[in-house]
Write a protein that binds this ligand. Sequence first.
Ligand code: ZN
Length: 156
Amino acid sequence: MSTISKNSVAKVNYKLTVDGSEVEASNLTYLHGHQNIIEGLEKELAGLKVGDKKTVHVKSADAYGDFQEDLIQKFSRSDFPPDQEVKVGMQFQTNTPQGVAVFEVKEITGEEVTMDGNHPMAGKDLSFEIEILEIREATKEELAHGHVHGPDGHHH
Ligand code: ZN
């Protein structure tokens, strides 16, 4: 398999830049065509081969979505267990009808706690500098699970 296409497993080196500053430089191994990575990036990796380098700009709508004002919610200090420390920057998981959501404490004013459930990258345009390191065919088991196995993969 020489180019990235559906059911390829690709190892990609990347540098992520947001608003002009580098936020992450790492590599990832993913299963192509199974929505394992953000849509806007996956689209641009299709057809690349080992050694290819590319800069990919992904608009927020194709990355972590737009910033949603209604995900900023106000709670009362008494909504938290009394022995629970509540400080700005702390994150709490909540079960919602859409699954588990992570809310971060943005502001505490008296008894009022303002929480933000937006992804930290919501509303941000992302810029990736990528290089393709490896491409292989997915195993049957990986295809059945819809994700990568092996030393660079994860299992859950
Ligand atoms: Zn699996």
